[in-house]
Design a protein around this ligand. Structure first.
Ligand SMILES: [Zn+2]
Ligand SMILES: [Zn+2]
Length: 271
């Protein structure tokens, strides 16, 4: 069984206020529990609340897979309590850091004075860094395979397909869409139990921001249908979209693809 939990579902920057309570305001972070091992995709501010689950489940070892290194996908790292505890072990994987000196250098470069008071190399937990080439198949543990795919996003991004005992979870965020990409994504997501897709924009917003590297709920539905996925999760919500607007987006997407769920902070699903 795979237990999926969304810890942060916003993109770009965290959000708060009375119009954002139902969906939540944390940035990108998803957890997959497989055989009592936790795989985390992206380390946005949602990662901060994941610390409570670790304590409850007495987990000390986590694998973190980053889609890319934009701040909304790594900002949770220095505020993630277990990083500051001896005995915790983290593996951090990235397919997009190599042109910038590798994942270790990128993380240590961002989280050091004067941007952060304690240099990241001084943290007491153990962190192993792994760079990989996007397109390769990762095999982090027995019975867990992860296919990877290149996304179209400024500075690059990587999509993942987790496969475990016939269950498949696909994560495609952050990316634009195009007819060529749709073909690649359709094959990548084919028949998945869950497709978590970058639906940051409305089609109108996409017209205004074509270079921002995000997609729309219409494309999400089109891809989910073409790839015959079981459930589509709308994800990486624009921070300015209120609960009301997002629920309307969910409603409109369901008209195109009925098995659509608007991801929100705290949503848990078992596969
Ligand atoms: Zn993002
Ligand atoms: Zn990004």
């Amino acid at each position: 069984m795979i237990q999926l939990k969304f810890f942060g579902t916003r993109g770009s920057y965290p959000q708060s206020g009375s119009s954002f309570i139902k969906i939540g305001g944390h940035t990108s972070c998803v957890g997959l529990m497989i055989d009592h091992h936790l795989y985390v995709i992206d380390a946005g501010t949602g990662l901060i609340s994941l610390a409570n689950d670790l304590k409850r489940l007495a987990i000390k070892h986590i694998d973190i897979f980053l889609s890319h290194l934009h701040l909304d996908h790594i900002l949770g790292l220095p505020f993630f309590a277990p990083i500051w505890e001896e005995g915790f072990v983290f593996n951090i994987y990235s397919g997009t850091a190599q042109p910038y000196g590798g994942i270790r250098r990128c993380i240590e470069q961002v989280f050091q004075p004067p941007f952060f008071p304690v240099p990241f190399e001084k943290i007491p937990s153990t962190v192993y860094y792994h760079d990989f080439k996007v397109g390769t198949v990762l095999h982090p543990r027995p019975m867990v395979f992860m296919r990877t795919v290149e996304l179209d996003h400024p500075n690059g991004a990587c999509g993942y397909r987790f496969e475990h005992r016939g269950k498949n979870i696909v994560y495609l965020s952050d990316t634009v869409h195009s007819p060529e990409l749709e073909n690649v994504f359709r094959q990548f997501a084919q028949g998945a139990d869950a497709l978590i897709y970058d639906a940051a924009f409305t089609p109108e917003e996409y017209q205004e921001k074509p270079t921002w590297g995000h997609s729309t709920w219409v494309e999400a539905a089109r891809l989910a249908k073409a790839a015959e996925v079981k459930t589509l999760y709308l994800y990486h919500h624009a921070p300015w979209h209120t609960d009301e607007q997002l629920l309307e987006i969910e409603h409109k997407t369901r008209a195109l693809f009925p098995e659509t769920v608007l991801a929100y902070d705290g949503l848990e699903v078992d596969f």
